[in-house]
Design a protein around this ligand. Structure first.
Ligand code: SF4
Length: 223
């Protein structure tokens, strides 16, 4: 594959379902491939090899949707090196670029203008040992205004995950400085239960529901 080519799973226009931009119309560029094998992954189809596109063509297709935001997601988008110039070129075109990453690869090389949504995988994912500690360090060391371009997301499947996540947040005082979104693993935990825990502990996080799963069939692709 050429250095300007990426393996793409899908490019589509939808409502942002998660994170602090939830509810906004957004264009999604889903890159193919991940390899982390998280339990409960809801985009395992992104493991398929996808189709190849040059950066220029990806940008043209994404811009046709004329959305206010463009999210680069996966799979694991940071596995493909050409994703870095893709993000930079989109920023140079004055696009507001969001990156959603599984949190296993350092975001150090990501253009500082990109808003980074970094997963922190809890024990139920089976891969918590692969969370890259570099990402929390980079966020804590970032200066304003780049500091605002870090956001964390934790998907909770039960009380063990919740207690683990709470300890991590307190240890790094992450929620004091950054938006931390806490959601439930779909159909594994009642969101009302997570809401109760958050309120009981006065945890400074934002409860997120995956909007797209309420708007459309949860198994539908391209939403
Ligand atoms: S990092 Fe994301 S895409 Fe990859 S296996 Fe985990 S949940 Fe699925």
């Amino acid at each position: 594959m050429s250095p300007n080519t990426l393996a793409i799973s899908e490019i589509f226009h939808s409502i942002q379902g998660e994170g602090s931009f939830a509810g906004w119309p957004c264009t999604f560029i889903r890159l193919a491939g991940c390899g982390h094998g998280c339990a409960g992954c809801d985009t395992s189809y992104a493991e398929d090899k996808g189709f190849e596109l040059e950066i220029e063509e990806i940008i043209q297709r994404a811009l046709t949707f004329q959305a206010s935001f463009i999210e680069i997601t996966g799979g694991e988008p940071l596995r493909q090196p050409p994703v870095y110039p893709l993000m930079t070129q989109l920023c140079d075109l004055n696009q507001k670029v969001l990156l959603e990453t599984g949190g296993f690869i350092s975001v150090e090389k990501v253009d500082k203008r990109v808003h980074k949504i970094i997963d922190i995988k809890p024990p139920s994912s089976g891969v918590a040992q692969h969370n890259n500690p570099d990402n929390i360090r980079l966020a804590l060391e970032a200066e304003l205004p780049q500091r605002h371009n870090f956001e964390f997301k934790i998907v909770i499947a039960g009380k063990e995950d919740y207690d683990w996540a709470t300890s991590l947040l307190l240890e790094h005082r992450l929620a004091d400085s950054f938006t931390v979104m806490m959601g439930v693993a779909f159909e594994k935990l009642d969101p009302a239960k997570l809401a109760e825990w958050i309120l009981h502990d006065h945890l400074r996080v934002r409860l997120q529901l995956q909007l797209h799963k309420y708007l459309w069939d949860p198994s539908r692709r391209g939403v």
